[in-house]
Design a protein. Structure first.
Length: 321
């Protein structure tokens, strides 16, 4: 049995922040942001949390799938911006949904998180352990960016996407996951440093740091390589794939990946312009948007690809039901 997606959902915060607004609080402009990232606006949480966005996205996915909370036996939330260190966001979602019979835990692989989580679910289903799962990618990145740093605050945004997954004869075909911890300093956010009676000096909070140039070089090299590797394992070619749903990090990055692989623009949808970079939420939010538009047809072959802090990368090939 393999993991088959049978329903999708997403949730974006109500507050929309445009490039024009950002130009009033940092030294930037709509032209500067758009030309470098492809982003024109993004959604930023005010009252919403990672858990509340996750729960709402999950409910919408469950409604589409026709699945009740009692049927769910596994919940995985992919996030690097959990509201609490403990309990996990997945446990908070489990409680809100009333899915008392589900095992729940989080995965932190940053922007690759949803693909990692979906791959984990597929392995569980191949082993016959779980039958119905909820996979969520969610972030409130606005809590960890420095709003005085124009290189990061114009890029990152908040939101959640979810997929209901059921064990089936068809679905996930194969996947490739990878990590390079030696490049961990390329994108990082420090947690609270040690502060106890023996280390009396309290340290200030650090904000998200990103070396954009290094991320670009990593993504345009590694992701085409990982996609080709995954397609080879599946005995498929780029031409066999109907849709490439890539992490929405930067329009320039995805354009470079498409050029290297020879992917036609019509096979690589994007929502970066109005959603921004939502890290772990990126791929499932895009998936739900494409699904809601009715673009996905039974038998379509889809490539999911995520890449980000770690450095991590994940690619999955899946057949749509």
């Amino acid at each position: 049995m393999r993991a088959q997606i049978i329903g999708t959902g997403s949730c974006l915060p109500e507050k929309v922040v445009t490039n024009e607004f950002l130009s009033t609080i940092v030294d930037t402009s709509d032209e500067w942001i758009t030309s470098r990232t492809g982003i024109r606006e993004r959604h930023i949480s005010v009252d919403e949390t990672t858990a509340s966005l996750s729960t709402q996205a999950a409910r919408r996915a469950m409604e589409m799938a026709g699945v009740t909370a009692e049927e769910i036996d596994l919940i995985i939330v992919a996030t690097c911006t959990a509201d609490t260190l403990v309990p996990s966001t997945a446990c908070l979602v489990q409680d809100e949904l009333g899915a008392a019979g589900a095992t729940a835990f989080d995965v932190n692989a940053a922007c690759s998180g949803f693909v990692f989580a979906l791959s984990i679910v597929d392995m569980y289903m191949q082993a016959g352990i779980y039958q119905t799962a909820l996979v969520i990618g969610a972030e409130t990145l606005s809590r960890i960016v420095n709003w005085e740093d124009r290189t990061t605050c114009v890029i990152f945004a908040d939101g959640a996407g979810a997929a209901v997954v059921r064990a089936s004869e068809k679905g996930a075909i194969t996947s490739t996951l990878g990590s390079d911890g030696s490049k961990g300093g390329t994108i990082y956010v420090k947690s609270r440093e040690n502060y106890n009676p023996f280390v009396p000096e309290e340290k200030p909070t650090d904000w998200l740091f990103m070396d954009g140039g290094e991320v670009f070089k990593f993504a345009v090299r590694k992701i085409p390589e990982a996609i080709n590797e995954t397609l080879k394992k599946a005995d498929l070619t780029v031409d066999d794939i109907d849709w490439f749903l890539l992490h929405q990090a930067n329009a320039r990055i995805n354009e470079a990946i498409a050029k290297r692989l020879g992917i036609p623009a019509e096979k690589m949808p994007a929502n970066l312009e109005h959603v921004g970079n939502t890290s772990g939420g990126s791929v499932p939010i895009l998936l739900d948007e494409v699904n809601q538009k009715g673009l996905l047809k039974s038998g379509d072959k889809i490539v999911f690809a995520g890449f980000g802090s770690g450095l991590t990368w994940g690619v999955m090939v899946l057949e749509w039901p």
